[in-house]
Design a binder for this molecule. Structure first.
Ligand SMILES: [Zn+2]
Length: 428
């Protein structure tokens, strides 16, 4: 049979790819970083009354820009849909609140903040960070589009604007309150669909000698430690220092210092200023060199990431299959966004995990999106005494392992899924 050769060319199933453009430099996006298939929104927990309803799934196809090397996901879903009613209350993580407290202390000292200073936090959530400024006399303002969490901050006495940040809002804030001596943004940069408008807004709002700090998971760590589960629809961009410096520069800002933090599996805190206003610290050049050595300015480092992710999935499934075949009871711990990427991508449902537990009462009685695994209070573990506990927020493994030390009484073990599934003793 004579079949024309063009029959075998790949059909253009990915029409979005043909039109997708880099959210920073506008080049067409052609190179794949990793394709995690279709997944529901990771914070869209399913209430029992919707248990029989359909759920929308969206592609988790991450691309890397050939030009600026920004690793990114298209905004398949309008940010208004994701962020206006948000189930994530930062204050439920004790270690995260403590991290925020130490940050505030450090900034007050380092930047010599006084009652004349003005501090703005972008994505201020429930006030977990700004509340540590209360009582110092320093003027504070939160910007948080999710109304339900912003309300909690307001109740604490933290003035909060429930809007999305950009150039226009920056002008408005600067006009009403003056320029900011400190702009803080923790885990917000990744969630910004219009990156240039957001960073442009920072340039507008920042005082001439002010400092803006941003914390975000470090792409180098994501790649080194195969942290593919930190990819979800709410995270549009995945930053290296290299791309951050380019983005800052294009808005006449400059990265003048950088710190590596253990949070979220390895984050960066970058310090930005108006270009030329601060002397760059050596840490910036040192980290940039490490990224260049890892090949983050080339193509190969990005091209082989997908295969590493597939292999990590195979290893986790192998372990779970082996345990379930042996009749072991396996349950989950935590219901973080990252857990939902992992479970959906790996196809782990109640056939592997009977249920998961979480400390956030807001999630109790709900089901995980996509996999429909039920979420219970943490007390369930002491009652049911499962054999294995899959720790979904593996980035908090030390904290969680200590909390679960009591499970050693009946010989339970913990499973850490990333980078390659491994079994550890609780409390160790
Ligand atoms: Zn680009």
């Amino acid at each position: 049979m004579n079949v024309p050769a063009e029959t075998f060319t790949e059909p253009s199933t990915d029409r979005a790819a043909a039109i997708a453009r880099c959210r920073f430099c506008d080049l067409p996006l052609t190179a794949t970083f990793v394709d995690l298939g279709m997944s529901p929104l990771c914070e869209s927990f399913v209430p029992p009354e919707r248990a029989n309803a359909m759920e929308p799934f969206f592609p988790l196809h991450v691309r890397v820009c050939d030009g600026c090397k920004l690793v990114q996901l298209q905004a398949y879903v309008a940010p208004e849909e994701i962020f206006t009613e948000y189930a994530y209350f930062s204050s439920y993580s004790t270690s995260w609140v403590e991290h925020a407290r130490r940050y505030v202390e450090a900034m007050i000292e380092r930047l010599a903040l006084s009652p004349e200073s003005f501090v703005v936090e972008l994505a201020s959530n429930d006030g977990y960070l700004l509340k540590h400024f209360l009582g110092t006399g320093i003027r504070i303002l939160g910007v948080e589009p999710a109304k339900n969490v912003a309300l909690v901050a307001e109740e604490l006495g933290i003035p909060t604007l429930t809007e999305f940040f950009g150039v226009e809002l920056a002008r408005q804030i600067a006009g009403e309150h003056g320029h900011a001596d400190l702009i803080a943004g923790n885990n917000v940069l990744a969630q910004v669909p219009d990156l240039n408008d957001f960073v442009g807004g920072v340039a507008v709002l920042l005082a001439p000698d002010g400092t803006a700090t941003f914390e975000f998971p470090h792409l180098l760590r994501l790649m080194d430690e195969i942290q593919y589960d930190t990819i979800y629809h709410e995270h549009f961009s995945y930053f290296s220092l290299l791309t951050t410096m380019q983005i800052a520069r294009s808005h006449r800002l400059e990265v003048y210092d950088v710190e590596e933090l253990p949070t979220h599996g390895g984050s960066l805190r970058v310090y930005l200023c108006q270009a030329g206003s601060h002397e760059p610290r050596p840490a910036v050049e040192a980290l940039l060199q490490r990224e260049l050595e890892a090949g983050l300015d080339g193509e190969d480092a990005y091209a082989d990431f997908g295969e590493k992710v597939d292999e990590s999935k195979r290893a986790l499934l192998e372990l779970l299959i082996e345990l379930r075949r042996a009749g072991e009871q396996v349950v989950g711990y935590g219901a973080p966004g990252k857990g939902n990427t992992l479970l959906n991508y790996c196809g782990i449902r109640t056939d592997f995990l009977d249920y998961t537990v979480d400390r956030n009462p807001y999630k109790h009685g709900l089901f995980l999106p996509g996999t429909r695994i039920p979420i219970y209070p943490t007390e369930r573990i002491a009652e049911a005494q499962p054999d294995y506990i899959l720790v979904l927020p593996w980035n908090l493994i030390d904290e969680i392992s200590a909390q679960l030390a009591y499970t050693a009484e009946w010989g339970a073990k913990l499973i850490v899924p990333i980078p390659t599934a491994r079994v550890v003793e609780p409390g160790a």
